[in-house]
Design a protein around this ligand. Structure first.
Ligand code: URA
Length: 235
């Protein structure tokens, strides 16, 4: 990591706003390599310099990776002037970190949503070329049939394009079916079922690649991904 302004380093870790951390620095609460530093614009390299805030070491993470159990009624976007977004649900310091969702879920879709500030990683998660299948559970207005499974496997033609082959699993019970897709076009799963004459009444994402939604997360809750979980996505 290159040298950065101290106030920028501390604010990037969600510890406080640029203004707040600037005040802490001027008040002498921040030390670099054992020396009190009082200028917010002073530069440091978080990889090689020991940065302390109020006597506690500041561990600098370049990127953050979170999973959220997305509730219905919020937008998968960073900001919106009218509707609450998934970023609005984050605890205060994290809201300022510039996190964004890795792929979008519709406002009424629930379940596994990944959030990060690592744009390259988002690209890898959502690009069909990565073959990261996303597993959804759909409650439909009619049962899935064997002919639907075959049509999904061939690729459902939608307006202007044909979907990549998708894995539709026959339901265990009633009108609930699971489907795996590796691309994320607008309303894709709903449109694929609509093309087969079925309406999606509820949609929940359960898994991205090999990573399942943590069942202990209540709607709206988040937790950080472990390194192993980040790898699981691409297995
Ligand atoms: N497909 C949809 O139709 N909606 C989603 O939210 C995700 C996939």
């Amino acid at each position: 990591m290159a040298q950065e302004r101290l106030d920028k380093i501390l604010a990037s870790q969600g510890l406080g706003s640029r203004k707040e951390v600037g005040q802490w620095i001027r008040r002498g609460l921040v030390q670099v390599n054992g020396e009190i530093v009082r200028r917010p614009e002073q530069k440091a390299d978080p990889e090689t310099d020991a940065v302390y805030l109020e006597g506690k070491p500041v561990t600098v993470q370049k990127y953050l990776y979170l999973m959220m159990n997305k509730p219905a009624g919020v937008l998968s976007a960073a900001r919106d002037p009218r509707t609450p977004t998934v970023v609005d649900l984050l605890p205060e310091p994290l809201r300022r970190r510039g996190l964004f969702p890795a792929g979008r879920l519709d406002k009424d879709t629930t379940g596994l949503l990944l959030l990060t500030d690592d744009g390259d990683w988002v690209h890898r998660v959502i690009s069909p070329k990565s073959h990261v299948y996303k597993l959804y559970e759909a409650v439909l207005d009619a049962p899935v049939e064997e002919t639907d499974v075959e049509a999904f496997a061939r690729g459902i033609p939608l307006k202007g394009f044909t979907c990549l082959p998708a894995r539709l699993h026959l339901p265990q019970e009633g009108n609930t079916a699971r489907v795996e897709v590796c691309e994320g076009k607008f309303h894709q799963v709903k449109r694929m079922f609509a093309a087969r004459g079925k309406t999606v009444l509820q949609l929940r994402r359960l898994r991205v690649g090999g990573l399942w939604l943590d069942p202990s997360l209540k709607p709206g809750e988040i937790r950080e991904l472990t390194e192993k979980e980040r790898e699981l996505i691409f297995l």
